[in-house]
Every structure is written in structure tokens, then in C-alpha cells.
Design a protein around this ligand. Structure first.
Ligand code: MRU
Length: 322
């Protein structure tokens, strides 16, 4: 059993430090600067977990700040990473009740957390039902990217919530997890989660993903999302789009599992989604490249809605491509 992703402990935010995984280390955050730093460095990461971190960050700030100072702190937390819409949703929800005092802000932040837990369980069950409908009842060979599991949420997970629901029923043959360069969320985090629940899995280099699909070695792709535009275009970890292309070509389902809070109706399509550019050192810091070499490090890509078989949320199965 892994420690919780994020929790509130008497005026502190406890986070499992995801930069250290597979080593288990928990950090305690007590300041707004600490929250912003933890989000930027991916101590806490994954869209739903970022929503909870944002809301708890505002709850932390509300213990010592109010008015414009609190609004400014909330804005800094909300801007720590741009692509996952859940972060700003969580921050806005907590800030919206600030005039009722710090306890009300904390209650709202804990509601964001509890709603995420409920949403993930509902997504898992709905996604398992959909994959049964699309692929049949035989144990499935599933392919995922990055980490959309309990550690990207509060518990259970979205894409890995679907895997868990199928696994409870003995219906997962194995999971192929892309390693997810450059920060290795697949190799370091998804593999840890799958091992902790006894799901057979193999990690592959990102470049192998599409050809594994083309060779008929998986039955379906299931991934999470950082932001889903109104037209169903999906932003997720860089390297998701090639899997969607390969799945379409192979004629297998490409399913996106995400809470309604990841659907951003104010963003019309994928072109309007801001893609986070991270430090090139994350790509180059391997000690194997020339010091003069430059890099480009977009953290997310956009899968157009016509490649998405279905978006599964806690409330609906949405087929944006049809
Ligand atoms: O940069 P990260 O690790 O925060 O990126 C996470 C992802 O891309 C996840 O797939 C997404 O947030 C969905 S998490 C349920």
C-alpha cells in the first residue's frame, strides 16, 4: 500500500514526493512558496492531484492572509503550471469561499479532494464497462502513458482506475506502460502503482509504443488528460498523440479517462490550450550530450478529438469523434 498522494495534517500539506519515486519519501509543505515550488518541481503532479494541491494551497494561505494578499497568493499557486485545468479550478473553488473565513476555505478544499475520490471510482467502473463493450470479456492487454493513477489523483486514479476496476474482476492480462521521457512518470510511478496492486506490466521506451500497438500486442489504449477542450481535443503528457494515431491505424479503442473537472468548456479546441514548456535541462541532463546541444521540452501534446474513441468521466461516456 502506497502512502497518500496528498493530505491535510493540522495546518500542513503532506505530499508523497513524486520526484523521489520509486523511493518513498513524504514532504511537509507549510508556505505558499512551498506549494508553488512543489507543483513546479512535480513533487505533486497529475491533473486531479494538482486541483487538490491548489485548493489546499489556498486553504494554507487563508490561515494567514486575506483580501488582496490572499487573492495574490491564490493567483501564484494557480499559475504554477499552465496546462492542467484542474489546478486553476481547485484554486478558484477554494478562493470563492474566502469571505467566509479560513475554515470554510479548508472545508471547500477537502470537498475538492473528496469529490475527486468519488469521481475516480465512478470513472473506473464506467471505463471498465466501456472496454468490456468494445473489447469483450477476455482479460485485456492495455497500454497507458505517463501516470494517471492514484498518485496523479487522491486515490484509485483515472486511466489506472479503469485498470484497477478491470483487475478486481480478474480481467487484466497485462499493462504496457510507456516510460514517459523525460521525467519517467511511467517507469517510476505507474510501474510502482501497478506492482503495488499486483497487475502484470511491462515498461517500454516511448518510441516503442506505436509499434507495439501496430503489432497487435494490445487491445486498447487508456490514458488520462490534463485538459479537454469543448470540442473533445485532449491535452495529455507528451507522447500521447502517437499512441492515438497508432490506435486509430490499428483499429483499437483509444479511451481517455478523466473527471468532469478536466473538461474545460471555456477552451474551444486544442489550439487554445497552453502547452507547458519545461526546462531543457530535463531532456539534456543525462550527461551524454554535448554541452552546446540545445533542447525543446514541451510537457504535453494535443490529441485531436477525431482520434478519441471516448472520453469517460464520472457522469458520461462522451464520443467526441462521432
Ligand atoms: O507532468 P505531469 O506528470 O503532471 O503530467 C501528468 C499527465 O499527463 C497525466 O496523464 C494527466 O495529468 C492525467 S492524471 C489523472
Amino acid at each position: 500500500m502506497l502512502p497518500p498522494t496528498i493530505s491535510w495534517a493540522d495546518g500542513r500539506i503532506e505530499m508523497l514526493d513524486q520526484t523521489a519515486l520509486p523511493r518513498l519519501r513524504t514532504v511537509s509543505v507549510t508556505t505558499v512558496d512551498g506549494v508553488v515550488d512543489a507543483i513546479r518541481r512535480l513533487v505533486v503532479r497529475g491533473a486531479p492531484a494538482l486541483g487538490v494541491a491548489g485548493a489546499l494551497g489556498v486553504a494554507l494561505a487563508a490561515r494567514t492572509l486575506d483580501g488582496d494578499a490572499l487573492a495574490e497568493a491564490a493567483a501564484r499557486i494557480g499559475a504554477a503550471r499552465p496546462t492542467a485545468v484542474n489546478l486553476s479550478v481547485g484554486v478558484r473553488r477554494a478562493l470563492a469561499v474566502a469571505d467566509r473565513g479560513p475554515d470554510a476555505v479548508l472545508t471547500e478544499a477537502l470537498a475538492v479532494r473528496d469529490e475527486d475520490i468519488a469521481a475516480c471510482h465512478a470513472i473506473g467502473a464506467r471505463g471498465a464497462g466501456l472496454l468490456t463493450e468494445l473489447c469483450g470479456r477476455e482479460p485485456l492487454r492495455l497500454h497507458t502513458h505517463c501516470n494517471a493513477g492514484a498518485l496523479a489523483c487522491v486515490e484509485w486514479g483515472t486511466a489506472l482506475g479503469v485498470v484497477r476496476s478491470l483487475h478486481e474482476d480478474g480481467r487484466v492480462a497485462h499493462v504496457v506502460a510507456d516510460e514517459t521521457r523525460p521525467l519517467l512518470q511511467g517507469a517510476r510511478i505507474t510501474a510502482v502503482e501497478l506492482a503495488s496492486i499486483g497487475v502484470a506490466h511491462r515498461v517500454v521506451v516511448d518510441g516503442a509504443g506505436p509499434s507495439i500497438i501496430a503489432r497487435g500486442l494490445v487491445d486498447a489504449v487508456v490514458v488520462g488528460a490534463d485538459r479537454i477542450a469543448a470540442n473533445g481535443d485532449v491535452a495529455n503528457k507528451i507522447g500521447t498523440y502517437p499512441l492515438a494515431l497508432a490506435a486509430a491505424r490499428a483499429g483499437i479503442p483509444f479511451v481517455v479517462a478523466a473527471p468532469e473537472s478536466t473538461v474545460d468548456v471555456a477552451t474551444p479546441d486544442g489550439d487554445a490550450i497552453e502547452i507547458e514548456e519545461r526546462d531543457p535541462a530535463e531532456v539534456l541532463g543525462t550527461g551524454t550530450v554535448l554541452t552546446s546541444t540545445q533542447a525543446w521540452n514541451p510537457a504535453f501534446d494535443v490529441t485531436p478529438h477525431d482520434l478519441v474513441t471516448a472520453v469517460v468521466t464520472e457522469r458520461r461516456t462522451w464520443r467526441p469523434g462521432t
